[in-house]
Design a protein around this ligand. Structure first.
Ligand SMILES: C[S@@+](CC[C@H](N)C(=O)[O-])C[C@H]1O[C@@H](n2cnc3c(N)ncnc32)[C@H](O)[C@@H]1O
Length: 278
């Protein structure tokens, strides 16, 4: 049987992998060292991928986010890796081998997380989790974010796919957007209130026209939702992940309930040259 299709990744994805790896190491170190009470800490990769990628920059194979996490020392106590693509899930199984601390889930993470994984990471059971939500586009359901925020036990990295959003949803003329893309945006945002923040009314001689707000303002509105609607108390400014032409492909968000976590991630983001957002 042929192996999974190996995705080619741009430099910004390699930066993301480095950021996730660095934080996973710090997270696991802190959680593993806690005593009375001690915690059972879990790593969750919801859009896990095949486990390896081809670097566009070097032409070499590079480990993906799940493989990096599996190598973290001290290790997490339990790993959940989810992918919708059967070949990728099978590839992950082969990479993982017979490790009994790793569960591979083949399915839609929006269902798998809510029904099978999050219930295993309850705050009151002294479970804690780091959850990576890294879709290619608008494939994440807000209920996952909302649930993670309400549980108190989870910290999340979230890929906010501004490129997909700009190309398919935030057209200059909102009338031209298809119903299916609106539905995807509503599912990701949690409702249709994004329409109220996406456009400014600009007066012209011929009446008001809708003017799209900047990426930065749109991302800031999402950040505000992570706090006020999902209930994460700590959401540092996201890192804009840019392609070689300087265009923002997505924003990398982090959301947590812990000041220490926010400080560590802000330090890591700053190390990766958090510039002015576009
Ligand atoms: C951006 S890649 C993940 C890359 C990985 N986080 C890394 O950095 O190595 C997105 C992955 O999500 C998977 N995917 C897409 N929709 C999904 C869904 N609803 N549930 C689970 N996986 C999904 C795709 O098959 C793809 O492998």
């Amino acid at each position: 049987m042929p192996g999974p299709r190996i995705d080619e990744i741009g430099p910004w994805s390699e930066v993301k992998l480095e950021i996730l790896k660095r934080y996973a190491v710090e997270y696991s170190k802190i959680l593993a060292s806690q005593e009375s009470p001690s915690f059972w800490h879990v790593y969750i990769d919801a859009f896990a991928g095949a486990g390896v990628h081809l670097s566009r920059t070097s032409g070499q194979m590079v480990p993906g986010s799940p493989l990096n996490a599996l190598l973290v020392q001290p290790p997490f106590r339990e790993y959940h890796l989810v992918d919708l693509d059967g070949d990728k899930a099978r590839g992950l199984r082969e990479l993982v081998g017979d490790r009994t601390d790793v569960l591979i889930h083949h399915g839609d993470c929006n269902r798998v997380l809510l029904e099978e994984v999050f219930p295993r990471v309850k705050f009151e059971d002294r479970k804690r989790g780091l959850c990576i939500l890294d879709p290619y586009g608008l494939h994440l359901d807000w209920r996952v974010i909302q649930t993670a925020g309400s549980m108190g036990s989870l910290e999340v990295f979230i890929n906010f796919p501004i490129y997909d959003i700009n190309i398919n949803v935030l057209h200059h003329d909102p009338e031209t957007v298809s119903a299916s893309h609106i539905a995807r945006m509503n599912a990701y945002w949690g409702d249709n209130s994004w329409k109220e923040v996406a456009y400014d009314k600009t007066p012209t001689l011929f009446g008001d026209i809708d003017e799209k707000v900047s990426n930065q303002r749109f991302a800031e509105a999402f950040r505000s939702r992570l706090k006020t609607v999902a209930g994460f108390s700590r959401v540092p400014e996201p890192l804009p992940m840019r392609n070689s032409k300087g265009a923002t492909v997505y924003y990398l968000f982090f959301a947590s309930q812990k000041g220490t976590a926010e400080r560590i991630v802000t330090y890591i983001f700053d190390n990766f040259g958090r510039g002015t957002t576009s």
